[in-house]
Design a protein around this ligand. Structure first.
Ligand SMILES: Nc1ncnc2c1ncn2[C@@H]1O[C@H](COP(=O)(O)OP(=O)(O)OP(=O)(O)O)[C@@H](O)[C@H]1O
Length: 482
């Protein structure tokens, strides 16, 4: 049995450390809030603003960037790649090595310098199509981290003619930051392709006046690219050989971007190769993809399914927030915990809980929507490295943080949608694991009596038992082995 409580009086020095740690956790911006709550004993004052009452909205572009920043390696899949060819009678090639692609020497060197030994699953099928002569159009869908960016960067670099000094490849990305991430991959992979250069068509980056753009690869957001093409006329779309639309699912989520992208695409020559990538494939993405990519080949790699099979789920009935916290402490005192993630519905609750736990001597960190993506990435990294044992968060990271050593997930608040119904998807994402990793886990739901019907709906929906736990019965708590 182990407890994470340090116990006793933390002392003045410790209190000061906590106080400064806390103000680091809560960015200055939010300290301009309206109401002020002084944290007793900590000497820190954290302000709760009206925004904190709201739920953090999931921002697709920020999540996508976060994913890229915290990713450690290629995401592998056990599924087969599904291919739908434009011309089903033409032979289907796949490659197991990069050599088979007959790339330029300097490009192959760049790939190996990045530590890639062999093509990823999606690259095995996508690369031969993307590099074929004559060029073929492609729509590719597979989850984040499976190697899509590396694939289209390779296609762009292999089609560029370094001696021609004008834009030849155009890649649209949903945000400035995402454009920069792609640009970094171009720079890394193209390290030995001297004379090939990238330019960013993003807000704040001025289009050159009076001189032509001599860089061969342009990466930008739709609005600025449109402006550079039609108003400033510094990009000649007739000369573009490869057009890439990356993160189509994020793109259509941003108002105006679909139409702007379509206007750009309409001005391209028919022989320009058109490629579209998406991590998810809802109908809306599919409709957009079919509008913008003529005669495409389609490649899909299904995502590993999340399951609740390996998870033991419990619920604890509580009267108040304080009560929930007390139950949490009892559970903590009763079982050995590796690392835990605790989900709250609002920033306000998350901040409150952070303060309570820190005061009680727990090593916690707080991840909420007011942090920049870089700050979020560094908090997740610290947590992964085991520097904090508990991560308290809002819905901002319901999806996408994959920390394998987490053994316990706590729903301090149940995920509920705007209609007041259970948010099943979010519940699954918070608690579920992919069957492939198969590690066991435990989930606790802290719930008020009036929310009990929602919990039962979740139980029915997933057809999986959520057992009641008496937080005062230490014997029962200690029996939860994992
Ligand atoms: N063939 C490969 N071998 C080893 N690592 C690879 C390979 N291809 C890509 N990677 C690495 O795997 C990670 C994910 O690749 P990449 O960014 O291309 O995926 P993605 O599907 O584009 O993800 P996202 O949708 O987030 O953009 C990166 O760190 C990349 O460097």
């Amino acid at each position: 049995m182990a407890s994470l409580l340090w116990g006793g009086d933390a002392g003045a020095a410790e209190s000061e450390r906590l106080s400064s740690h806390l103000s680091n956790l809560i960015p200055r911006k939010s300290l301009r809030g309206l109401k002020s709550t002084t944290v007793p004993g900590l000497g820190a004052s954290i302000n709760i603003s009206e925004e904190d009452e709201e739920e953090d909205m999931v921002d697709l572009a920020a999540n996508s960037l976060l994913n890229k920043l915290i990713r450690q390696s290629l995401v592998e899949s056990t599924h087969r790649v599904e291919v739908l060819q434009k011309d089903p009678s033409s032979p289907l090639y796949s490659v197991k090595t990069f050599e088979e692609l007959r790339l330029k020497e300097e490009l192959l060197k760049g790939i190996y310098a990045m530590g890639f030994n062999r093509p990823s699953k999606i690259q095995e099928m996508a690369l031969p199509m993307m590099l074929a002569h004559p060029p073929q159009n492609l729509i590719a869908q597979s989850q984040s981290g499976t190697g899509k960016t590396a694939a289209f960067v390779l296609a762009m670099l292999s089609r560029v003619n370094a001696s021609e000094l004008f834009p030849q490849c155009l890649c649209l990305a949903p945000t400035y930051e995402l454009a920069l991430q792609t640009g970094r991959v171009v720079e890394q992979m193209g390290k030995f392709c001297i004379d090939v250069e990238v330019m960013y068509a993003v807000r704040g980056n001025r289009a050159p006046r009076g001189t032509d753009i001599t860089k061969q690869i342009i990466i930008g957001t739709p609005g600025t690219v449109l402006d550079w093409c039609f108003k400033r006329k510094v990009i000649d779309l007739n000369k573009i050989r490869v057009f890439v639309l990356d993160e189509a699912d994020v793109m259509i989520d941003t108002q105006g971007f679909s139409d702007q992208s379509i206007r750009i695409q309409r001005a391209l020559q028919p022989e320009c190769q058109m490629l579209l990538f998406s991590a998810t494939f809802e109908d809306s993405v599919w409709q957009f993809a079919e509008r913008i990519i003529p005669d495409p080949n389609v490649i899909k790699l299904r995502k590993e399914e999340l399951t609740l099979n390996n998870i033991r789920q419990y619920y604890v009935l509580c009267d108040s927030r304080k009560d929930k916290y007390q139950a949490l402490c009892n559970i903590y005192g009763g079982i050995t915990i590796g690392q835990a993630i605790i989900f709250c519905q609002t920033r306000r609750n998350a901040k409150w809980l952070t303060v309570e736990m820190m005061q009680d001597g727990h090593q916690v960190s707080l991840l909420s929507g007011e942090l920049t993506v870089d700050q979020r990435a560094s908090i997740i990294q610290r947590f992964r490295d085991g520097k904090e044992k508990v991560l308290i968060t809002t819905n901002v990271c319901a999806r996408g943080i994959d920390v394998k050593q987490v053994t316990i997930v706590v729903n301090f608040d149940l995920p509920i949608n705007q209609a007041g119904e259970p948010d099943y998807e979010t519940y699954l994402h918070r608690i579920g694991r992919t069957g492939r990793f198969g590690k066991k886990g435990i989930a606790f739901n802290m719930i008020e009596v009036n929310k009990l019907p929602l919990l039962f709906k979740i139980q029915d929906h997933f057809n999986s038992k959520i057992k009641q736990l008496d937080p005062d019965d230490m014997d029962e708590i200690e029996k939860i082995e994992y």
